[in-house]
Ligand binder design. Sequence first.
Ligand SMILES: Cc1cc2nc3c(=O)[nH]c(=O)nc-3n(C[C@H](O)[C@H](O)[C@H](O)COP(=O)(O)OP(=O)(O)OC[C@H]3O[C@@H](n4cnc5c(N)ncnc54)[C@H](O)[C@@H]3O)c2cc1C
Length: 466
Amino acid sequence: MYAKVDNVVLKLLTGLFGKGGVLLDPDLLEMYTHDEVPGLKAQPEVVVRARTVEQISKLMKLANEKRIPITPRGAGYGLSGGAVPVCGGIVLSLEKMNRILEIDKNNLMITVEPGVITGKIHEAVEKEGLFYPPDPASLDSCSIGGNVAEGAGGPRAVKYGVTKDYVCGLEAVLPSGEIITLGGKLVKNVTGYSLVDLLIGSEGTLAIISKIILRLIPLPRVTIDLLVAFNEFQSAADTVSAIIEQHILPTAIEFMEQDSLLACEKYLKKELPLREAAAFLLIKLDGNRKEDVEALCENVGETCLEHDAIDVLVASDRSTQDRLWEARRVIIEALKSRSPVNHMEDIVVPRARVNDFLREIKKLQEKYEYPIICFGHSGDGNVHVNILKEDRPQGKWARTIPKISGEIFDIALSLGGQITGEHGIGATRRNYLEKAVGPKTLQLFRGIKQLFDPNNILNPGKILPD
Ligand SMILES: Cc1cc2nc3c(=O)[nH]c(=O)nc-3n(C[C@H](O)[C@H](O)[C@H](O)COP(=O)(O)OP(=O)(O)OC[C@H]3O[C@@H](n4cnc5c(N)ncnc54)[C@H](O)[C@@H]3O)c2cc1C
């Protein structure tokens, strides 16, 4: 049982954050009731906006003492309800802690506050000829703190990995209010258990991340993109395997079905290239020498044609590349505009099993008679599965979605996969966690949570099932 935010607590919060840092107006609170999961909402009692780690520390001490739940929030662009205050209490917004503190060119490291928008990090380091590869499609809106808390990925994961591959140091505030510093500007570090890795992907349930040190690499000088159209998804899947078998590791290999492209056309109100095809691959190649990347492009283009591609568009300048990627970047919004009520799963399977997974999903579409549209990261086996309600009855939808999700997870697990590749467990997938990881691992997870947060005040109702 949690305590409520009473007048005494409100007074203490106002003293700590100032009047402007404490939000109570219902109109202002509305935007903190949800993230990007359609239909999931919960009311916070109050929102506080931190500007310093000391404020966070004092807030946590107070909340722990009074037993008030705290829900950390970055930009609220999550897709698993992680920032939704499902147990009420206080939402701690990190949006005002948005400074890039240092770009250290000698050590190739950047130090940032958690509220920095990820795309701003890309812009800042690319001006210096440096590169921060993780690129969630939401990068113009989501925060780096949210990326670390979710262990976010993006299309460039095929070649460069995901957020966890770049985090070298963290400052974090424990539920007790104590501030800890982990790692540093260190490329190597095996000093004890890696708590940095434990906090990455912990979805705000173990500690509040208040500072982040990220590793940078030199910016590749040349990139070439290919949009490849196929009459059958099988040919696209064979192409991905054939490219990888040649030991070519593209920066990104994304796939889309025709239905998602058509939804994007409608959303963008314009005709997109190669719209008649059944399936598409969007492939990015990069490197430092133009001749090398062009040779790679020729090789990949030939492999696509050998595997029944019906057309290959090549883009080597920024504006044509942006045009090729435009549809991929807006798919989620486009599907939402086709069906405001929809449901997305985010499974991951071994790269070579993507086609088997998609074949099984088509059977589910026939069985349940809902449109199911898939897109995602072919190159790393991460498939986003979107079920659209459109104008079907709400009652049947509410009863059917858990069944479809359960079957999607069963298929992914039977192929050696897992139930989420990058969007996290949050509030929406926690009832499937035991099925995904097994009872012993779940018991270890519970032990870790108990150690960090014995009073369960930090983001309750997330990750762990009741
Ligand atoms: C259109 C669209 C496209 C997307 N594309 C991708 C994609 O390609 N790849 C991908 O991985 N995800 C993607 N996402 C999901 C989402 O953008 C990511 O999960 C992102 O990391 C969320 O960041 P945020 O700042 O919005 O976090 P929020 O939604 O605010 O929070 C997410 C979780 O992190 C916790 N949290 C936030 N900040 C902190 C902090 N400082 N300390 C502790 N916990 C914290 C919250 O409590 C919550 O559990 C997409 C979402 C949308 C809407």
